[in-house]
Design a protein around this ligand. Structure first.
Ligand SMILES: [Zn+2]
Length: 150
């Protein structure tokens, strides 16, 4: 059973599911993966493939903020450092994932992504908000907060 004060996150390296205590995270503690030793909280996480993305969503109890992007997309590249900055400040409270729509085609199709960059906010496995177009870090944080992810 998961307790209210526990955070469940998937290791960006090995995919292992880890538990962390909210109070310790709030105190600035940053635990490593119990399975492989990699840091669990590293800001924005590039989802390796469709299966890895699905695993993050299924096994994480934090809200998830996804940046759908592609290599050829100029505005996506402009937004990348902004998303990284927002992810850093949301780390431990909101899991921030990046989805390369050229590689993770199944995921992009499942979410019906028509234009990029697009941000999607997921809670308990369900999309609760989306926003198309490049945003700066402050706007990303404000938008996420307006949907309860802060
Ligand atoms: Zn690991």
């Amino acid at each position: 059973m998961l307790k209210d004060d526990e955070v469940l996150v998937v290791c960006p390296q090995c995919g292992g599911v880890n538990r962390a205590q909210r109070a310790k995270l709030a105190d600035g503690k940053r635990p490593d993966c119990g399975a492989c030793g990699a840091p669990l909280f590293v800001g924005a996480i590039e989802a390796r493939d469709d299966a890895a993305f699905a695993r993050h969503v299924a096994r994480t109890n934090l809200p998830i903020l996804v940046d759908f992007w592609a290599e050829w997309c100029g505005p996506c590249k402009m937004m990348a450092p902004q998303f990284a900055a927002a992810a850093k400040s949301l780390d431990t409270r909101v899991r921030c994932l990046k989805v390369d729509t050229e590689r993770l085609r199944e995921t992009a199709a499942r979410f019906g992504i028509r234009s990029i960059p697009t941000l999607v906010l997921i809670r308990d496995g369900h999309e609760i908000a989306r926003q198309a177009g490049a945003m700066d870090a402050r706007s990303i944080l404000r938008w996420a907060a307006s949907h309860g992810a802060e």
